[in-house]
Design a protein around this ligand. Structure first.
Ligand code: PLP
Length: 263
């Protein structure tokens, strides 16, 4: 029997310890029941303690990987993660415009939880101008949303205003992740293209094993869209997947450990 498993793509960086980036994306894709392709834009020497080195992949190699996927696979939805620098952001924007990869989930990765910069300061404008207008959904956390909007967030009202500001920059739909705020409950905010908006509340799990949560939620949404779910449903299913991978836990490394995708 021919298997019609939907095909998806991640364009991102690696994590040698297997917790974040491309590793988190591919594990999530498999767990959600889609086939995952991967375009690598940077290689990191990284573990649960931190990022020790970043090596960017040359622009023509990034372009060629995207074209290789595009000429052969049928990508129904795709995401971007760590993009590193302005040249790579521009290269990815140029290359994806030539493809028909379906829904685009933009995870505007900027700084790792351990403090490492995963997007150069000078690349932020390129993300706003080149990628946001192409995205079906953008998934910033609070610090990323503050950078994209140029406003600070301290209240729930600020969250809503910042989401509106980001929507005006061209992103159709926004998932603003609230995990960086204080408190036992985590409030994520969703603002959709038609103006519909809602909060997703979950209880915080007190754990250090949250490495790659942002990658995982954007990958799970990408997978669910490829499986034919409406965006709102895809976000809700992805959120509950991430919550389960955090709750179950797995003991890897000495620091900020990964999620359990076998949950
Ligand atoms: N390394 C890479 C390659 C990533 O893409 C990401 C996530 O976006 C991270 C590290 C950071 O992961 P976290 O902030 O969850 O530790």
């Amino acid at each position: 029997m021919i298997n019609e498993t939907p095909q998806v793509l991640t364009i991102a960086g690696t994590d040698s310890s297997g917790g974040a980036g491309i590793s988190a994306d591919l594990k999530t894709f498999a767990a959600q029941g889609v086939y995952g392709a991967n375009v690598i834009v940077s290689v990191t020497a990284q573990n649960t303690i931190g990022v020790q080195q970043v090596q960017m992949i040359p622009a023509n190699m990034v372009t060629n990987q995207i074209e290789s996927v595009g000429t052969d696979l049928k990508i129904r939805a795709f995401k971007t993660g760590m993009l590193g620098d302005a040249v790579t952001v521009q290269t990815v924007a140029d290359a994806i415009k030539k493809q028909q990869f379906g829904d685009f989930i933009l995870d505007p990765v900027m700084i790792a939880k351990g403090g490492a910069r995963l997007l150069a300061e000078e690349a932020i404008d390129a993300v706003k101008k080149e990628l946001l207008p192409l995205a079906t959904l953008v998934t910033p956390n609070i610090p990323e949303a503050e950078v994209l909007s140029g406003r600070t967030i301290s209240t729930h009202e600020d969250v809503q205003k910042v989401a509106q500001t980001i929507q005006k920059l061209g992103a159709k739909n926004i998932l603003l992740k609230g995990g960086h705020a204080e408190g036992q409950a985590v409030y994520d905010y969703v603002l959709l293209e038609d103006g519909t908006h809602f909060w997703l509340k979950s209880m915080r799990v007190n754990t250090v094993r949250t490495h790659g949560t942002g990658d995982t939620i954007s990958a799970a949404i990408t997978a669910q869209l490829a499986l034919g779910k409406a965006l709102k449903t895809a976000i809700i299913l992805a959120k509950s997947y991430v919550d389960a991978t955090i709750r179950e836990g797995i003991s890897v490394g000495h620091g900020h450990g990964p999620l359990n995708h076998l949950a």
